[in-house]
Design a protein around this ligand. Structure first.
Ligand SMILES: [Zn+2]
Length: 121
């Protein structure tokens, strides 16, 4: 028996689906909806943290790479600042600062939308 609410396959003898849907009355238990939305908020937080780590690692790799280039140049010419690929260095910093900032705004917006949806429902 497939649940019409969440498409989960349930036993024929099942009274209620995991999502809170009652097969006999065709009604959805309110508490289970709250539970699902809490899980969704939680998973948005997980996605946010994953993105945060991702942006930071990418930014750091670019910064470290530009510093290595600068150091290689230093070994050849004895000048460290002239050999720093400034555009790449700044790109790395921008990804960490603005990437994470924009990412935070996106995830915060998603959570807010979910809360608004929760109030309407
Ligand atoms: Zn269901």
């Amino acid at each position: 028996m497939k649940c019409p609410n969440c498409d989960l396959e349930n036993l024929e003898s099942a009274i209620k689906c995991d999502c809170g849907y009652y097969f006999r009355t065709n009604k959805i238990e309110k508490k289970s909806i709250d539970k699902i939305q809490k899980i969704t908020v939680k998973s948005i937080k997980n996605i946010y943290v994953t993105g945060l780590i991702g942006f930071t690692i990418i930014g750091l790799i670019i910064i470290i790479h530009s510093l290595i280039k600068s150091f290689e140049g230093f070994l050849e010419t004895g000048q460290i600042l002239n050999n720093l690929p400034l555009d790449r260095f700044l790109l790395g910093i921008s990804i960490i600062l603005f990437g994470n900032l924009i990412w935070a705004v996106i995830c915060e917006g998603l959570t807010l939308l979910l809360k608004i949806y929760e109030k309407k429902g």
